[in-house]
Design a binder for this molecule. Sequence first.
Ligand SMILES: NC(=O)C1=CN([C@@H]2O[C@H](COP(=O)(O)OP(=O)(O)OC[C@H]3O[C@@H](n4cnc5c(N)ncnc54)[C@H](OP(=O)(O)O)[C@@H]3O)[C@@H](O)[C@H]2O)[C@H](O)CC1
Ligand SMILES: [K+]
Length: 512
Amino acid sequence: MVVVTNSQMKQIEENSLKYSMSMKRLMENAGSAAAMFIRRTMEVDGKFCTVFCGRGNNGGDGLVVARKLYESGANVVVVLTDGDPATDQAKEMMELIAPMDVALVYYEKEDPAYLKERLEATDIIVDAIYGTGFHGQLDEKHRKICELINGTTAQVIALDVPSGVTCDTGFADEYAVIADMTIAFDSYKPLHVLPVSVGYCGEIKTADIGIPPQAHEGIEGQFILVDNEFVFSRLPKRRRDSHKGSYGKLLNIAGSQKYMGAAILSTMAAMRAGAGYVTLASTKEVCRTALPSLLEAVMLPLKQGKEGHISYESLPEILEALENSTALLIGNGLDVTQDTCRLVYEVLKNAKCPVIVDGDGINVISRNIDILKQTNCNIVLTPHMKELSRLTTLPIEQLKQDRYTIGANFAREYGCTVVMKDAYTATAGADGRMYINTTGNAGMAKAGSGDVLAGIIGGLAAQGIDLVTAAAAGAYLHGLAGNYAACKYSQYGMLPREIIDQLPKVFLHNDR
Ligand SMILES: NC(=O)C1=CN([C@@H]2O[C@H](COP(=O)(O)OP(=O)(O)OC[C@H]3O[C@@H](n4cnc5c(N)ncnc54)[C@H](OP(=O)(O)O)[C@@H]3O)[C@@H](O)[C@H]2O)[C@H](O)CC1
Ligand SMILES: [K+]
């Protein structure tokens, strides 16, 4: 599905002007298409419609819808929420509607009691206050208006964007319009697919507004919704004539006296994700303890430092093992000590295979971010919000509002893939693309889930699956297996290890 950003949409609109299209025509087409969708979905003749129009082009589209619904027999009132239209084409639409028997009221000048009464009698509300031009938060006046809209029983149809939702981030003001239907003009925009905003849209329809196909040339979608088709079209079936060497060797440098479970979970998950060999490189104590749970893994027992972590003296053994590995996973439960910092830096500088850095590996990198520029390998980082905040040195509040832009910029600047773990994990590729994951549930919000995800990504990468795909597909598989685990053990009761147990079911259901 092609999803275009606000600026890409503007570019498409500009391109279309080169093919003898005009802004006025586009607005007329947008409003007409929206009115047609409304007519197709509900009875309009004789119904009460209230159209809320802002001062921008979204409001102009609303004026066209108002005219078309009036022509279809509706009793129409237009409420101008911000005074007269401000753009040329919206002004023209105002002139066209003026002679009609459509009441035009200015929100500020109207008696609130009349408006309340009118809304109680309204069957259809058209939200044309803000479209793609909205940014920031709703002001007090518009919050009141949106509250009125959301408080009615009328069908609410949003034009392009439910007002109060920001196009590219999906960030919604707490009073944003909650629509029953959103009519996206020409293309899906990020807010129509982003998990944070999709709930505000209701049913989403795309309307052809007459933009010629050539106007889309050269516009590449930046947001990709990861679904079953995306994942399983990229995970090959295993060949009957293959052997364990065909599925790669993952070196997993993980664990410490404090965090033994992280080493076990990540190793187990990598094996369940199909890797041919998985080697756990950890302290002797961790390896000995982990062995009964990891019968199929290869153990690389290393010297233990004073604080119970892998000693820096183990570096030569690790580098030797790295030589014949097809992927490296580093960081799960490593602990942050002087030794592990030096170890992570040296290993990253020497690695040539794809590398997945999780947990304490990320914390170590955050202390010396430039290390990412001194490597000769492809890297995936898998930070949760707090770790992303450390990596970018930005507050979590800011990340929550715009993690897509921030994550994409970070990925581009450091040439790596960033899996931003959250209720809805998003993976930023170094090429600026964003892969949105929708699987998963709140039962996965438990210590150890991240180790499982890192292991899955590592297991896929070891098999030669390109890193961005391994990361995006890994997040999807992890979430889906988590959903199966929640069905079996409940969100309260499920454990991260059960996500690993459910992974085979995900593969089985998809003939892998
Ligand atoms: N893309 C196309 O081909 C077509 C798009 N159409 C429609 O146009 C809108 C986009 O229209 P635009 O005029 O760019 O923007 P809006 O109508 O969404 O709103 C712009 C005005 O709102 C102000 N604004 C923004 N945020 C706030 C806020 N938080 N508080 C108060 N006011 C706000 C904004 O002010 P600025 O300060 O940013 O200048 C604008 O005045 C698109 O969604 C489609 O519906 C066409 O009609 C068809 C072709
Ligand atoms: K709108």
